[in-house]
Design a protein around this ligand. Sequence first.
Ligand SMILES: Nc1ncnc2c1ncn2[C@@H]1O[C@H](COP(=O)(O)OP(=O)(O)OP(=O)(O)O)[C@@H](O)[C@H]1O
Ligand SMILES: [Mg+2]
Length: 797
Amino acid sequence: MSRDLHAQMVGREAELTRLRTSFGRMVRRGTPYRMTVLGEAGIGKSRLSGAFADSIAGRARTITATCVDAGSGRTFGLLHDLLIQAGGGSDWESVADLLDNKEPGLGGRLAGVLGPGDLKGPPQQFFGDLRRAFELLSAVQPLAVIVDDIHWAESTLLDLFEYVSESLTGPAFFLFLARPELVELRAEWSVGGERTDVLYLDPLGVDAIAQVVRNRASVDLPPADEQRIIETAQGNPLFAEQLLAAFANAETDAIPASLRGLLATRIDRLGPGERDLLRAAAVAGDHLSSEALEILAPDEARPFLARNLESLARKRLLRHTEQKGVEFPHGLIREAAYQSLTRRDRARLHLAFAEWLERTGDAPRDELDAVVGHHLEQAVVNQRRVGLASDAALEARAGTKLASAGSRAYTRMDMSAASNLLARALDLLPDGHPLVPTATQSLAEVSLPLGDHARAQELLLELSNMPGVDPVDRWLARLEHARSMCITGPHGMTADDLVAIAWQAAGFFSEAGHDNGLAQAIFLLGWLEQRGGNPVGAVNSGRRSLECAQRGGALREQFAAAFQISRNLIGGPTPVPECIEEIESLMGERGEPNPIVMGILARAYAMTGEFDEARRLLDRARPLLMERMRVRRLLAFIAWDSAEIETLAGDAAAAVSAYRVALTPFRNGNEAEHVGETSSRLALLLAAEGHLEEARELANEAQAVTPTDCVVVRVLAMMAAARSLPPGEIEASLAKAAAAINLVPELMPNLKADLLVEQSRVQAAAALAEDARSSVDTAITLYERKGNVAALRLLRA
Ligand SMILES: Nc1ncnc2c1ncn2[C@@H]1O[C@H](COP(=O)(O)OP(=O)(O)OP(=O)(O)O)[C@@H](O)[C@H]1O
Ligand SMILES: [Mg+2]
């Protein structure tokens, strides 16, 4: 943050006070706090953060970083820099020593993920390790973590900051600055909470802008000019500064009404030498060395470089840095200069810069590959746009760089960066290139946890037919495709097709002695049994899958199998206490608690009526999920567990809101089975509260999306439809409810009891008191057999 942060700040007293007050409270309470400052470009966010940092000097260790435009591959590099500053030294060794002294191994593990060292231990630990590091460092001295331009950050980085700022214990103040588009990436960050706050930065008032103009003007302006600047700037100090520079250089005819327009005009009017230089610099990024500038400048401009730089600095379009390079005083100037380049020039300059970087770049490998790949890619893209013949060698070079950066991001489990890099690599790599199969496979694997099932399916299908793919990988791709089809569909395939694939794959993998593949095949069989209403079969398959996965060592398969077993134990006839015993034994597989299984365990405790224990488990599961699985989408499962628990606790309002939370990601991922089940359950709750219209919509949605082979969800959706019909259609309600009961699988006593209770309400509404009572009686017998104490209490209340 070397911009004009220390030039005198005008106004903003209230905003600064608010930041300082929150900071003071954070120090007193010793608990973390997250503040997000939102505002349009040039409005003064960075300036305000600079003033804030100055004002707390000595009371905290302030560490700062700025996110840069996509393509830089700097997700983890930025964290690396932050930790170095937090350790108080200037190199990684000192912070690593500090951490290792307090917790042996921690510094080394972080170095492995953040780049400077080799990967040590599973990258799953990384979220937790990073939180721990911030915790230990904040114990030395309170921390103020300032991250500017966070709207450029990859979503993994946002996940990390969200997780760390919410889960660490210790005095740490997180200040994030962003343009308003952050709201599209992270809506949650635009509302305040107990430990979070948002500050929208408004335009400066007229008086303040007038003051900015007077402070900055090097000569006295005629009052008419001053007035014009103040009016045009619309409270934006950057706009005011640029207007001032335009007036100072007598560029005053036809002043554009927008900041971006003004910048474009100013660049247009530069002399050819200045303009070429500014544009060349814009390709390289916000800062660049004089050597890079020299490479990028056109031959004929080189002798005049120094002179042109001087005049650009005078015009406040570029400035010198302490490290003998140059930088743009503001990102918007660079954007405007870049926009003014022709595509042909962009292609040429990106290529020249990439080659120079490759020769001389000293960034860590990951970053260098990503950056060089980005510039090569831009060279290709711009060549294509002007209709130049495609240059296969250049495309392959660009693709190779991006693929290698992408696969390293994947090994560090930086899913969003991996997805971005690999997708771009595949766009560039020519057909038949040897990197295509592995890049395709990695991208498919990354797409699944990110919830992009459609893309995963397409890639997996491609892979299972791609020439030159190893048969093991081909079968793994088929299985993965079938599994993903289970989540969204199975569109165009039947459950029988999927069963057939699972059996064939099981045959192949058992012949090949490939335990992990076998685990995956058996898991799929178990899932299909579960969907067909056979929880007992699903538990058995889950157990076999778990055994295979333990032999083969595949962590994901172990987690999945454990989930399958626990979920179906709960759904099946096994009494709750026995379920709890087995689920508890599953949770600690290899000493790594599985948060998804923990959520199911919480449900089981809720059934016994131990709600405190249930809620405590969920509270533990939430942060663990981010630590171990690193996938936000999975939080929907925890919300779902919470909804079931609150339903049993009789807190319908809490249950309704938790179901709503779960529904959004399920819908976004087109997860048919999950949408069906969640919206049916939500509809049943809403119908009980008399909100028939919304209940009906949800029931319709559930009926429309639920795949035919999902017996369990189908009966739920039918019951939801029965319960949400208007009172005038009682006959239809009775018929639908009876049909649902007839279809409930015998092996699912708890579900049957839930639905009988619903049926009894329809019967009561139809004045069939006798029938209603008998439905409830049967439900009671079933709940008793299952050991669902909580449901019994609710019924008797
Ligand atoms: N309150 C203020 N008083 C005086 N100058 C200011 C004030 N706020 C901002 N400026 C100046 O206006 C320019 C733009 O401000 P700044 O860089 O902080 O904007 P920003 O909101 O961070 O923009 P971006 O979204 O592009 O990062 C800078 O030169 C800054 O010094
Ligand atoms: Mg800024």
